[in-house]
Design a protein around this ligand. Sequence first.
Ligand SMILES: *[C@@H]1O[C@H](CO)[C@@H](O)[C@H](O)[C@H]1NC(C)=O
Ligand SMILES: *[C@@H]1O[C@H](CO)[C@@H](O)[C@H](O)[C@H]1NC(C)=O
Ligand SMILES: *[C@@H]1O[C@H](CO)[C@@H](O)[C@H](O)[C@H]1NC(C)=O
Ligand SMILES: *[C@@H]1O[C@H](CO)[C@@H](O)[C@H](O)[C@H]1NC(C)=O
Ligand SMILES: *[C@@H]1O[C@H](CO)[C@@H](O)[C@H](O)[C@H]1NC(C)=O
Ligand SMILES: *[C@@H]1O[C@H](CO)[C@@H](O)[C@H](O)[C@H]1NC(C)=O
Ligand SMILES: *[C@@H]1O[C@H](CO)[C@@H](O)[C@H](O)[C@H]1NC(C)=O
Length: 517
Amino acid sequence: MKLGSPKSMSAYPKTILPIAASVGGLALFLIFASVLLVYQPIGSKVSGYFYKVDQAPKIELLSSNNESTVVENWVSDTDKKRTTVDSSTNKTVNLDTDKTVGLDTSETVNVDTNKIVGSDTSDTVNLDTNKTIEIVTNKTIDIGISKAADSVPKKIADSECDLYQGKWVLDPAGPLYSNNSCPVLTQMQNCQGNGRPDKDYENYRWKPTKCNLPRFDPKKYLELMRGKTLAYVGDSVARNQMESMLCILWQAEVPINRGNKRMQRYYFRSTSTTVIRIWSSWLVHKTTESFDFAPEGVDKLHLDVPDETFMGDVPTFDVLVLSSGHWFAKRSVYILNNEIVGGQLWWPDSSRKKKIDSTEAFEISVATIMSALVTNPDYKGLTVVRSYSPDHYEGGTWNTGGSCTGKTKPAVDGELVESGFTNTMHAKQIAGFNRGIKNKTNKSRVALMDITKPFSYRYDGHPGPYRSLDPNKITKRSADGRPPPQDCLHWCMPGPVDTWNEFLMETIRRDFEAHDS
Ligand SMILES: *[C@@H]1O[C@H](CO)[C@@H](O)[C@H](O)[C@H]1NC(C)=O
Ligand SMILES: *[C@@H]1O[C@H](CO)[C@@H](O)[C@H](O)[C@H]1NC(C)=O
Ligand SMILES: *[C@@H]1O[C@H](CO)[C@@H](O)[C@H](O)[C@H]1NC(C)=O
Ligand SMILES: *[C@@H]1O[C@H](CO)[C@@H](O)[C@H](O)[C@H]1NC(C)=O
Ligand SMILES: *[C@@H]1O[C@H](CO)[C@@H](O)[C@H](O)[C@H]1NC(C)=O
Ligand SMILES: *[C@@H]1O[C@H](CO)[C@@H](O)[C@H](O)[C@H]1NC(C)=O
Ligand SMILES: *[C@@H]1O[C@H](CO)[C@@H](O)[C@H](O)[C@H]1NC(C)=O
């Protein structure tokens, strides 16, 4: 297979080198973080609802290589970066300039102009005013997805409105549910229930520059998905998004739990709509038995073979949302064409050369799964790839001072800390996506939900120290200045993750409309 050949990979090192240290450091920190976070048992309150599909035996922390020094380097790099970007904290963005943009003046983003809101001043306000005016004049007050309301702007929105270009604005309407109105909210993500003192992070909504992202209407979703099945497949971040969807839909109808050990499954009677989640850490075939020079026990990822644990279910899905990436920082061996081509936190000795690194492995896995889906003759659904979810451990890792404590509102541009690792993972994912869909046929339907940039601003949206109910949990720095253990990877609920489902609903709506006509 061409994808993994040494030749094709020789193009990468140039771009990889400057961030090589970060990648290495992040690898170790993510290993720690994921043992801490990914495997955390689901809160006792919801254990009756959820089968613990996610809980696998813990992997040991590897100390084989000299990673600690890499971590130190990464930490100091980050610190350097932070001091240079942390300058312009009270930049204000006058939202008035955006008024013309609104498709829908009734749903206002009625924002106090003194507040620090929008995240992206450089964002172009260079709009085609003719079109905007046309939309505004005929837009009905209904902000939902009703076809009547959207029929006029539809063509324009579909062809010209990039949902992922925009900014975060305060929304007086508040969140779609509360920690008290969603009984399936995992305790780890129940930030309010876990004592988080601030609440503003629940009240921002995403405002695309050229259109509106409709507020999620659960009844309209159920109607749109009448008789249909939505499946989330992937890692713990997939679970985060799936639970957000359940919490939102729960406000309209309490579903029936029809899950089993292998999949979470909820059924909404009113419209025969199903929501499913299946765990798949890497989305590709995994084995543990020994292979060539890799011993038994270490996970072997066959990067050119899709994960069979869910591929059999795929024909029953109408919409499939894929979530992966973070597990590529975990220990595993990469196999391509029946040959070991690399390893993450596992490698016998330096006399053997790795042909690919973890980020390249990620790219190949995405290409593999996308190609398998678009060429599956029995699958007619819409495949949505949710792009890499940025984490926000700043100033170090979770155990070396990394923190997202004290962030109570989205970052503005001057505060944004770019993560080289996140950017690389994002780029690899997009490359893999594009390569995989080259194999698409007439009936293939794919979409990229490109949330990485918008969510890089949401360092306020993570549980941080408020990831458990434990009243004695440490939420303050210790005497030696170390911050408490933090989850700066998953997202609070309610919180910014709910926006992913608004993106998803809009993506589904556009796709269905395009295929209806
Ligand atoms: C750590 O690095 C040193 C030299 O850089 C090397 O001699 C040593 O074997 C390494 N340790 C491990 C566990 O790889
Ligand atoms: C900017 O923030 C600082 C500290 O938060 C504050 O003292 C100052 O008045 C602010 N400047 C403006 C223009 O709001
Ligand atoms: C608006 O439309 C007029 C005439 O159709 C055109 O000349 C003008 O350039 C348009 N303005 C913009 C901003 O596109
Ligand atoms: C907007 O709607 C009104 C009727 O509500 C109609 O008369 C008018 O032609 C429409 N304008 C455009 C630009 O479609
Ligand atoms: C929800 O959060 C509030 C604090 O905002 C807390 O008092 C309450 O106990 C929480 N409820 C649940 C079910 O977690
Ligand atoms: C696309 O299809 C070709 C022909 O079947 C195959 O060789 C190639 O590996 C596929 N691409 C990916 C990314 O799987
Ligand atoms: C693909 O679409 C074209 C035009 O819509 C059609 O002529 C062709 O038969 C289709 N191919 C397949 C394999 O369905």
